[in-house]
Design a protein around this ligand. Structure first.
Ligand SMILES: C[S@@+](CC[C@H](N)C(=O)[O-])C[C@H]1O[C@@H](n2cnc3c(N)ncnc32)[C@H](O)[C@@H]1O
Length: 313
């Protein structure tokens, strides 16, 4: 397959390279923002699972760069602080503090809060996706655990009234998650940006107006179960006495579903013809992977060790 054929099959992939975004996902956050005005009044932001960094680029452009135009002497001025966290190292982005860490580890929370000088975040987003194993049940389980970890971390670092946006896959039990989120946020919407392929189950939960239950002090600890974490949070089952087995059925709700992105924007499932002048011009990625899993194999091949390793087997 030629380099430009992917550009035609997926115009967002091509547009990302033309506009300087490190990944096509940038358009998802831009379209979510168009619909929900996510960045309005936002100063302290956490981008979880951020590498290679296209969401952080959007946040830098929309929050950090725009704040530079403001009068810093005004009393109302608050310096923007953006933090990006990922397991992978990230190349620098202007105005963004990058932290290489695991979002499932309790220590990561303190690293984030120290950038904010102890203050809480206005906005947390997570586009997390674990490496797929190909075992669908296991992949679905790990993905669900990653969302729960992002949510738990968010409960500890988001200020009241703040917003949380996370990638989800609309699997079997997603209605249960909507109803649980409904205990923690004023409004929960399931949104599908036009740049997210219609053929994929990927969507984004947009949770607006964080409202932790009065007196609930969420804390992250190693070996603490999700159920223990949410004890006293007001979420259905986590409230119940473990010895009481007469669980009422948990309420399952369908969150409102919003397709966002202008109708005039590109359809991510359609194939387009490229501009005649651009057709032959293949574009390199904006940012090469910093630590791809195939890096060791490439180094071994370069040193001529690859065949030795195969022969030894
Ligand atoms: C789809 S990519 C994110 C793309 C990013 N939003 C962008 O716009 O460039 C998913 C990321 O999740 C990260 N990730 C997966 N599990 C993680 C974890 N436990 N802690 C931190 N990052 C994680 C992966 O390293 C990967 O970079």
């Amino acid at each position: 397959m030629g380099k430009s054929s992917k550009d035609k099959r997926d115009l967002y992939y091509r547009k990302a390279k033309e506009e300087g975004w490190r990944a096509r996902s940038a358009f998802k956050l831009l379209q979510l923002n168009e619909q929900f005005q996510l960045f309005k009044g936002v100063r302290r932001v956490v981008d979880l699972c951020a590498a290679p960094g296209s969401w952080s680029q959007v946040l830098s452009r929309e929050i950090y760069q725009k704040a530079k135009l403001e009068d810093t002497k005004l009393e109302s001025y608050i310096e923007p602080k953006l933090v990006a966290v990922d397991l992978q190292p990230m190349s620098p982005i202007e105005g963004v503090t990058t932290i290489q860490a695991d979002i499932t580890h309790p220590r990561t929370m303190n690293k984030i809060l120290s950038v904010f000088g102890g203050e809480k975040a206005d906005f947390v987003c997570s586009d997390g996706a674990p490496d797929v194993t190909g075992l669908h049940d296991l992949d679905e389980y790990i993905q669900a655990q990653l969302i729960l970890s992002a949510l738990q971390l968010t409960c500890c670092i988001l200020k009241e009234g703040g917003t949380f946006v996370a990638k989800i896959f609309r699997g079997r039990d997603i209605d249960l998650m909507y109803s649980q989120l409904g205990f923690l946020f004023e409004k929960v919407v399931c949104a599908k940006p036009r740049s997210s392929r219609g053929t994929s189950l990927e969507s984004f939960i947009v949770c607006i107006g964080y409202k932790p239950r009065l007196g609930w002090k969420p804390t992250l600890e190693l070996d603490k179960s999700t159920e223990e974490f949410f004890q006293n949070s007001g979420i259905g089952r986590a409230q119940l006495n473990k010895n009481d087995l007469s669980f009422p059925l948990e309420e399952r709700i369908i969150a409102p579903f919003i397709a966002c992105g202008d109708l005039s924007s590109y359809d991510s499932d359609a194939t387009y013809t490229l501009d005649k002048n651009l057709e032959r011009l293949s574009l390199d990625p904006v940012q090469m992977p910093t630590a791809p899993p195939y890096k060791t194999a490439l180094e071994m091949k370069r040193r001529g060790n690859m065949q030795l390793a195969v022969r030894k087997k």
